[in-house]
Structures are given as C-alpha cells and as structure tokens.
Ligand binder design. Structure first.
Ligand SMILES: [Zn+2]
Length: 245
C-alpha cells in the first residue's frame, strides 16, 4: 500500500501546485522556484479547498436579483494624489488590493498616511501589523502627526482571530502588514510559505467581499525565492500596486 503523501511542491513565483518537483515551473516557466511544503488533509487535493462552516459571511446569503445594483460603487479618496490616481479615482469599497515592493521601501508608511487621511474623514480604519509592535507603530505614526480616534491598531498574525475582529469592528478599510506574516492554524506550512500565503489571501478575499470591507495587503518582494512573493497573489486580488525604489 502506498504511503499517503502529506507534502506537495509549490512554485514560489506563481503558486503552481504539484505532487512532483519540477526544475522549471510548467505554469510560469521560472527555474528553480519549486519548494516542498506540508499540506493537510483535503487541501492536498488539487483544485479543492475546504469550505469552512464558520466562515459564512453576508455573501453566503441569497439576494433578490432585482435588488442587485449595477451602479458603480462610490469611491473613497485616500487623500494621497498619486495613490488615488493609480487606484482609478479612489478606493472601491469591498476590494482587495495588493501593495507589493521591496522591504523597507516605504509601503507601510504610505499606507499609514492613508489610514490617517481616511480616519480623519470619520471612517473606521484598522491597521493590522505582524511586523511591528504597538510601540514601534506609534513611533512611526508620531512622525506623521496627530491621528483621529477612528484609527485603530492591532498586532496579530492569526487570521482566525483577525476574522473575528473584523466581524465585530466592521472597519471600512483594513491594512494587513504583511501577508508573509499571516497564518491559518489549519495549514501546517510556515507563515510566508506558498500555501499559507495563498490560503491567507483567499480568506481575506472572502472577508472583503462578504463584509464589504476594503483590504490592503502588504506583500514584500524577496529575491531569495523561498518566501512566497506577491506574484503568487497577483491573480487572486482585485488590484495590484507595485512600489519601486
Ligand atoms: Zn511558477
């Protein structure tokens, strides 16, 4: 009897999943990008993901076809001209936006500035950090200036907890800094691995659509190739913004 497999191979460039190792990725043609990662139970079946009973959100309720509006949703201005321009005139409510770029290029600071601007306009904003402590964020924020009570900070990396917080707080805009630090307990691979990054992004997409919350995901681009980069996520999100130094 064959031993049941509990690992799979993933392309760290595009997220392609396979039961065997490839020197060159069949999907994106990149070389030496395959990494072996543990997979748990049903998620090992290619193309199938586990439907979680506890993740039923608004999107799971049928709505009358007649009541669905096709008008373009109102956009929220970020207050940063260049950002509003690349977003096509502001934030579309309920969208998932990937903000990619090299570590230390200023993604977090720009997004924090955006949080200031949006929370000043009376909207609830939640900045979730898995990279910095509350004190570190406070010190960085003090350089921007005084902020409104509507801007809240959470230091957390467990997505099951984050999901509960979002459902309770119902902010208008959420920042996830960064996707490489987030994890779901069900996935046995380490944070930053291809399967963990893919699963985290898929959960965040469900939350954005289901709760009508706009979520910005920070994704670091790394050259080492072991940590899953933003390219794994590009096809999973609504908008991709790249920062270049
Ligand atoms: Zn690939």
């Amino acid at each position: 009897m064959a031993k049941s497999k509990n690992t799979a191979f993933f392309c760290s460039e595009c997220g392609y999943e396979s039961s065997k190792w490839y020197g060159q990725c069949p999907a994106c043609k990149a070389w030496n990008t395959f990494v072996e990662e543990p997979v748990a139970g049903k998620t090992a079946v290619k193309g199938l993901s586990v439907v979680r009973k506890d993740s039923l959100t608004k999107a799971s309720h049928p709505v009358s076809l007649k009541e669905i509006s096709t008008e373009e949703k109102e956009r929220t201005l970020t207050g940063i001209k260049e950002l509003d321009r690349v977003l096509g005139g502001g934030i579309v409510q309920g969208s998932l936006v990937l903000v990619g770029g090299d570590p230390g290029i200023g993604k977090s600071t720009l997004l924090l500035q955006m949080c200031y601007n949006i929370s000043d306009a009376k909207d609830k904003v939640l900045y979730i950090s898995g990279e910095e402590s509350l004190t570190q964020i406070k010190l960085r924020a003090e350089r921007i200036g005084e902020c409104s009570d509507n801007l809240k900070i959470l230091c957390e990396t467990n997505l099951d907890i984050i999901e509960q917080v979002l459902k309770k707080e119902m902010p208008k805009v959420v920042i996830i800094d960064s996707i490489q630090t987030m994890y779901r307990e069900e996935i046995s691979a380490a944070p930053g691995s291809v399967s963990q990054v893919r699963e985290s992004t898929s959960i965040l997409m469900q939350l954005a659509k289901g709760l009508d919350i706009t979520i910005f995901i920070v994704g670091h681009v790394t050259k080492e190739g072991v940590v899953a980069g933003p390219r794994v996520l590009e096809h999973m999100v609504d908008t991709v913004l790249y920062f270049e130094g």
